[in-house]
Design a binder for this molecule. Structure first.
Ligand code: ADP
Length: 720
């Protein structure tokens, strides 16, 4: 009987294509094959097999099977599910699932093994080589080295047929993990949480748990214990730990290595492609049992997932905004559901969506109320900038400077938190009033003094700071407006010339190594004042850090989108939580112009629950997530008139469904990026509506003409 294989290609195509299976190939779902598309042969994955021939339209045959591990069926199901959820082409998530295969296969090593043939003439040097080769199969140069002879001796033995060349792959035996339980080391609250998690494993099947504990309460300890339990229960089980930022992975990798006696697999964009390839294969073949990674690790071909941990689950970095648009935390829950495994969402400041699921009883809810050991939560106070403003063109107010002086005198560390990279967020011409923007983009250029450049954080465009205004030509007229971390560091240096300062931001930590160096310098007490963006606001434990100063607590509230209050609360609570992580008590000072704002009040009273209740009530009234669903359509194109016309056409064909409201089209707040104009629709739907299906149906009714692009963002986090 002939069979038809549906093959999905990792590119933006709407569906899998059918091919004829050549006789005797014996394909199965998940197999990787080379399939012809036009004149080319492309890698694809079999998503379905059925009997048949394709009727009167003869199908092209699959060219051959690719010798790479197949995707497990559950990974294929996840790829298809993710595409449906995102209302996007399934080739996108497949491309993510195959990303590890971009580097070539690791090459086999050519090693030498004794054939047993005696050399015609035996010498002491030859004897040494044969003895070393009998011990271990090595490549020629290393064999010569091991025997302490020249490579000529080795070559002679090969020529005489006493040593044979064999190809061997590098040893990939999985490491032995220390999975002994450490329940005894946990404090009573942690032990109770670990026990509850272990019980959900033992019950089997899917379950989701919110691990809700204040910063420093030992959430990491608890989920590592749960991981040990899961790995010990089944020799094939695999564990995935997701983190929002690369800067955090190093700290967690070190802890995992310490706990299990062997480092985990590491997966994120900074890992070089050959290492990604090896990890991809190790995951697919079950050798990698623990993976620590960024959101894209969710698409790895796990054979037997037992546990997914989403650490700092509230973090906005789980949302991928470009290419395939998805929310990593939500997809983690979906994947756990498809795999029938346990997912743990950990945070000190959980997202409203997750708290709501926990309140509804859909997720288990484990709370860790206190910090481990003697550490206590920092005292949070507000500094009213209207009453005690900094001097002109300064950013640190007298009460904060006073606290920094006290901290410095005691030999303790200060963290100044400002979520703004560079020196100044805006450069303005005093002569003509123009603010400098990137070419063809509605985004201000940010001044970076370390590099002397003006940088667009949106597009990556940069240029040297000009001597004259590019608009009116006035000389020396450009002034820097507002502070970034570099400017705050400059001020801190001026105030405390003997203090050692450093900056922690994505500009100063371009590699995992530079992040590690900075964290270690901080831990060793070699830095007195650390000025940091959100890259340092979470995850790290600095025992001697006792003061956190938030330079501009109101910053995140200004955008005013749906999550502005929630995000500000989370970020500032996390930043404040960096203080006083060991025996020394800490304090956090928040500079604000709006001390009466509910977010500031909740922070100063450490009243997370009160804040969450009030915020939930607002969302309920406005029927916003988690009480309703949102999606956005972003249209872009080089020509404003054509874009307007397409937006109107799209509006006119929107399906009419009860419980769905459409707002727009409107010019996007970022109306121009790289010469492309942008327009947006916002869609709000009742929870009962399948919004993904609605958006897919809407998109299917139009075809963007020419250079216009339409992308759909389910559950948008950015409204720009
Ligand atoms: P969280 O993940 O909740 O922020 P961590 O797991 O990072 O908390 O724990 C905070 C600090 O307390 C870490 O330095 C950790 O090693 C320490 N710690 C937590 N629980 C224990 C424990 N049971 N025994 C020893 N140290 C602990």
């Amino acid at each position: 009987m002939s069979r038809i294989a549906s093959v999905l290609l990792p590119m933006p195509l709407p569906e899998a294509f059918d091919y004829a299976e050549p006789e005797g190939m014996g394909l199965a779902v998940g197999d990787q094959v080379a399939a012809p598309l036009g004149p080319r042969l492309l890698r694809g994955v079999v998503t379905a097999i059925r009997d048949g021939t394709g009727g009167n339209r003869p199908l092209k045959p699959i060219a051959h099977r690719i010798d790479d591990p197949p995707l497990p069926a559950s990974t294929v199901a996840f790829v298809e599910w993710a595409a449906r959820y995102a209302a996007d082409q399934p080739g996108w998530p497949l491309a993510m699932a195959l990303r590890g295969l971009r580097a070539p296969k690791p090459k086999p090593e050519r090693v030498l093994v004794p054939t047993g043939a005696e050399p015609k003439r035996m010498t002491p040097a030859r004897e040494k080589v044969l003895a070393a080769a009998a011990l271990e199969a090595l490549p020629a140069p290393r064999l010569a080295e091991a025997a302490g002879v020249g490579t000529g001796v080795v070559k002679g033995l090969v020529d005489e047929g006493c040593l044979a060349i064999e190809e061997r792959l590098p040893d990939r035996t999985p490491p032995v993990l220390d999975l002994s339980p450490r329940q005894g080391a946990l404090n009573p609250g942690q032990a109770a949480a670990a026990k509850a998690l272990n019980a959900s494993f033992d019950a089997g099947g899917f379950s989701a748990t919110l691990l809700d504990g204040v910063t420093g309460s030992g959430k990491t300890e608890v989920y590592l214990e749960a991981a040990a339990h899961a790995l010990a229960a089944d020799p094939d089980a695999q564990v995935l730990i997701l983190l929002p930022e690369i800067a955090l992975t190093q700290a967690v990798i070190a802890r995992v290595a310490e706990r299990f006696g062997s480092p985990p697999g590491e997966w994120h964009s900074a890992v070089p492609p050959p290492r990604r390839r090896t990890l991809w294969e190790d995951v697919a073949e079950g050798r990698a049992r623990i993976v620590v990674g960024a959101r894209s690790a969710l698409f790895l071909p796990f054979r037997k997932l037992a546990l997914i941990v989403v650490d700092e689950e509230h973090d906005g970095s789980y949302k991928q905004e470009e290419g395939f648009i998805y929310q990593g935390r939500d997809l983690a829950v979906a994947r756990a559901h498809l795999e029938g495994c346990v997912v743990v969402l950990a945070s000190a400041t959980p997202s409203l969506e997750t708290l709501w699921n926990a309140e509804q009883g859909r997720y288990n809810w484990l709370r860790l109320a206190a910090r481990h050991g003697a550490a206590v939560l920092p005292e949070v106070s507000l500094i009213d900038l209207r009453e005690t403003p900094p001097e002109r063109d300064h950013w640190l107010s007298p009460p904060l400077v006073q606290a920094m002086a006290e901290t410095f005198e005691r030999g303790e560390q200060t963290l100044l938190f400002l979520n703004r990279r560079g020196y100044a967020p805006v450069v303005l011409c005093r002569a003509c009033g123009e603010r400098l923007t990137a070419p063809d983009t509605d985004s201000w250029l940010v001044e970076h003094r370390y590099t002397g450049r003006l940088v667009c954080h949106l597009t990556g465009f940069s240029m040297p700071k000009p001597a004259a205004c590019p608009h009116c030509g006035a000389k020396d007229s450009l002034v820097s407006i507002g502070p970034g971390v570099e400017r705050v560091e400059e001020e801190a240096k001026r105030l405390f010339p003997e203090a050692r300062t450093a900056i922690f931001s994505s500009d100063t930590m371009f590699s995992s190594q530079s992040a590690r160096d900075l964290v270690e310098a901080m831990e060793r007490g070699e830095i007195d004042i650390l000025v940091a963006t959100q890259a340092a606001a979470k995850g790290h434990n600095f025992p001697n850090l006792t003061l956190v100063g938030v330079v501009d607590a109101d910053l995140g509230l200004r955008g005013g989108d749906l999550r502005a209050g929630e995000r500000t609360f989370q970020l500032l609570a996390q930043a404040s939580g960096r203080a006083g992580r060991a025996e020394r008590p800490g304090r956090a000072l928040l500079q604000t112009y709006a001390p009466e704002h509910p977010v500031m009040q909740a922070l100063s009273q450490s009243d997370r629950d009160g804040f969450v209740d009030a915020e939930m009530e607002l969302r309920r009234l406005e029927r916003l997530p988690p009480f309703g669903r949102l999606a956005a359509v972003i249209l872009s194109g080089p020509d404003a008139a054509a874009l307007d016309a397409f937006a109107r056409q799209m509006a006119s064909v929107a399906p009419n469904t009860e419980g769905v409201e459409i707002f727009g089209p409107a010019d996007a707040p970022l109306g121009l990026i790289r010469g492309r104009r942008r327009k947006r629709f916002l869609v709000r739907a009742d929870r009962s509506v399948d919004l993904s299906a609605y958006m897919a149906a809407w998109r299917a009714r139009v075809r963007p003409p020419g250079q216009i692009r339409a992308s759909i963002d389910i559950d948008p986090y950015s409204f720009l």
